[in-house]
Design a protein around this ligand. Sequence first.
Ligand code: HGY
Ligand code: MN
Ligand code: MN
Length: 423
Amino acid sequence: MKVTVDEPRMMYELRQLASFTEPSTEPARAGETAVTRVVFTERDGEARAWLKELAEAAGLVIREDAVGNTFFRWEGSEPALAAVATGSHIDAIPNAGMYDGTVGVLGGLEAMRGLQAAGFKPRRSVELILFTSEEPTRFGLGCLGSRLMSGGLSVEAAQRLVDEADMSLDEARSAAGYSGGLGEVELAKGVYAGFVELHIEQGPRLEREGVPIGVVTHIAAPASGAIVVEGEGGHAGALLMPVRHDALAAAAEVALAVERAALGTGVEDTVATVGRCEVFPGAVNSVPSRVRLSLDVRDVELARRDAVLASIVSSCEEIAQRRGVKITPAMANADEPASCAAAVVDAVEAACVEAGVASIRMVSRAYHDALFMARLCPVGMIFVPCRGGVSHRPDEHAEPGDLAAGVRVLAQTLATLSLGEAL
Ligand code: HGY
Ligand code: MN
Ligand code: MN
């Protein structure tokens, strides 16, 4: 089916969405768009309201759940059948770019509008899902909305989540206007017949190989948490070196041990990052007594990822013993990787042929809401190139033509799944 993508409208809407951001703390640079949009903030609320207006104009029926996951539905001729869905997130980490997540939301909307314009009549309803809090920024756990939706997070665990101002998830979501019990968020298997997420690759492969579409086969398994190092503080002048138990010096060894553990597998799929370091008391002339490091470890292979976690823990024990400090690793999540369903992968590849675009199969090193939707239904992902593989930075960039190709492939895939039997 020939689906026309309104590229100028899509690019305008991506720029509009990017305008709902906190002011940047960094100097603006030409050609860069810095976006910070944290879940349940005013900017997030404004962006959601704006998006709902676009969806209403497209005749979609809107439902919001208790945590703000928002469903934009195009009713099919057989509404009792399991729907097919697409979607992603609009929350953005501090000083991010304007394409991560938003391409899957606005690209999904564009795919649905393109199908409408082409006269397509869905059999299975088609839903665009805006997932709440895919980024871990505020509550320290990624994919909050899709975890709750797929039973990957208990209500009790969700109610223990607090932000840095000690505001609970419940308080934040009700302040943002979402009510109802978190227990109502979980959906039954079979509610969806399939889910396909469009996303920028957030890696260099497609651009490097000059291929416009990535057909994702596996999504890496994220594990994240914190490592707290407790030493002894003291006066930077009076406390002599031989008797120090400097928490930051110990934490520096931990950060290097994290890097060493990932490199040690000798496999490029293994990655580990210490992205945050909070030092207490944080005074120039005071020996740090406590440091909190964040930890993010991923791999497409679960056993290898868990072996890296174990190696990090044993390095912490050795450093703690040698330096006379206390080191406590505490994991927030250690998720399984997900495989995309063969039937969805095939549907995406067939859509690429129909759209006349080349594609390669690949893994996703970033996690996505598709990782948790895979617990509810067969999933697939469509990647489009991003310049230099850069993401989570204001110079994140995707070419309009590549985005349009991704939307065409998504539209064709949704049409195929909507008319198809259960996968
Ligand atoms: O961290 C990730 O993989 C995603 O961008 N939240
Ligand atoms: Mn991201
Ligand atoms: Mn993302």
